[in-house]
Design a protein around this ligand. Structure first.
Ligand code: PLP
Ligand code: THR
Length: 358
């Protein structure tokens, strides 16, 4: 009988806290389409302040946030966006910028640290003299932290360099900041400084911050005005949305301070796994709350068999391939959960109970 759950599949799995539920239950609400829900206004005002942008807009998901931002920047037919070949927008958002927005993706290889080489970004920008045959480059997208690279942080120096490149070519810069607060905490740099070079950003409230639903997009007043119309077009105009925004306000107030603990737990777990025969993980490269590990060929387990073994003990992980697994920490994973997880891995891979006797 499993009595304990340690959900390491993603930081999207957190449940609302009692404080969030209380705030939701008593939220001051109004029709956010016909006017401005007062709690949504509070959240958006606060997020604009935190990010240093003129305005903000609550949206139902990070996927919709990225889609709206790309489509507002690329509002002319034949537009092209330069983005990472391993970016969330390119891999996990159903190609929405193309299938819904008619925007052409021009991918540049993501490096292991989540960056794209500046010279390769510049080489990907179309020569306007080829407008008769080429799409027109209008936007560059970055992702900070970079999820598929293992939650890697983009430095403010790199982000500013890409911003300068965008300006040099008359382009806009969007940052998929689903986990920008993780980057801010890990780098010790305020969110507004990490986003300074960006014309827009999409920030997930429902990941490490632990809100049950939603993201916020930020940008200039004119950008957000256009974004609000496009949100409605996409069906994202919501009525008494303050119920969701109330939880998000609590999340921002209560959980930013917990991100450092998530990063420490990720490091402890990665270092502990690294000591277990049959597992390979680059523990030294863990920067935030995400890492991947590989199961060695000599192991008696595949990713699937290991996942099933762990699930029987209440531990949930995300499979990334036949021998590759992703681990994501969040504020509802305790240090004790980390130690329990290590014990179960130890038992699974070596069959030898560790000092906890499991
Ligand atoms: C880097 C990144 N961007 C965007 C998203 C999309 O957010 P949502 O799941 O809310 O659509 C995710 C994950 O969900 C993500 O990891
Ligand atoms: C899988 C992906 O879409 C999601 N953003 C996650 O990191 O869990």
């Amino acid at each position: 009988m499993v009595t304990r759950t340690v959900d390491l599949r993603s930081d999207t799995v957190t449940k609302p806290t009692e404080t969030m539920r209380a705030a939701m239950a008593t939220a001051d609400v109004d029709d956010d389409v016909l006017c401005h829900d007062p709690t949504a206004l509070r959240l958006e005002t606060e997020m604009a302040r935190i990010t240093g942008k003129e305005a903000a807009l609550f949206v139902p998901s990070g996927t919709m946030g990225n889609l709206i931002c790309v489509l507002v920047h690329c509002d002319i037919r034949g537009s092209e966006v330069v983005l990472g070949n391993n970016s969330h927008i390119h891999i996990y958002e159903n190609g929405g910028i193309s299938t819904i927005g008619g925007v052409h993706p021009r991918t540049v290889k993501n490096n292991e640290d989540g960056t794209m080489d500046i010279d390769l970004i510049e080489a990907a920008i179309r020569d306007p003299r080829g407008a008769l045959v080429y799409p027109i480059t209008r936007l560059i997208c970055l992702e900070n932290t970079h999820a598929n690279s293992g939650g890697k942080c983009l430095s403010v120096e790199y982000t500013d360099q890409v911003g300068e490149l965008a300006k040099k070519h008359g382009l806009k810069l969007h940052i998929d900041g689903a986990r920008i607060f993780n980057a801010s905490v890990a780098l010790g740099i305020p969110v507004h400084r990490l986003l300074q070079a960006a014309d827009s950003a999409s920030i997930c409230l429902s990941k490490g911050l632990g809100a049950p639903v939603g993201s916020v997009i930020v940008g200039s007043n004119s950008f957000i005005a256009k974004a609000k119309i496009l949100r409605k077009t996409l069906g994202g105009g919501m009525r008494q949305v303050g119920i969701l925004c109330a939880a998000a306000i609590v999340a921002v107030q209560e959980n930013v301070g917990k991100l450092e603990g998530d990063h420490k737990n990720a490091k402890v777990l990665a270092e502990g796994l690294n000591k277990i025969k049959g597992i390979k993980v680059d523990a030294a490269s863990v920067e935030t709350n995400i890492f991947y590990f590989d199961i060695e060929e000599s192991s008696k387990h595949t990713a699937e068999s290991l996942s099933k073994y762990l699930q029987q003990r209440g531990i949930l992980v995300m499979l990334e391939g036949p021998s590759r697994v992703r681990i994501v920490l969040h504020h509802q994973i305790s240090e004790s959960d980390v130690q329990y997880t290590l014990s179960c891995f130890q038992q699974a891979l070596t069959g030898v109970p560790d000092q906890n006797g499991i």
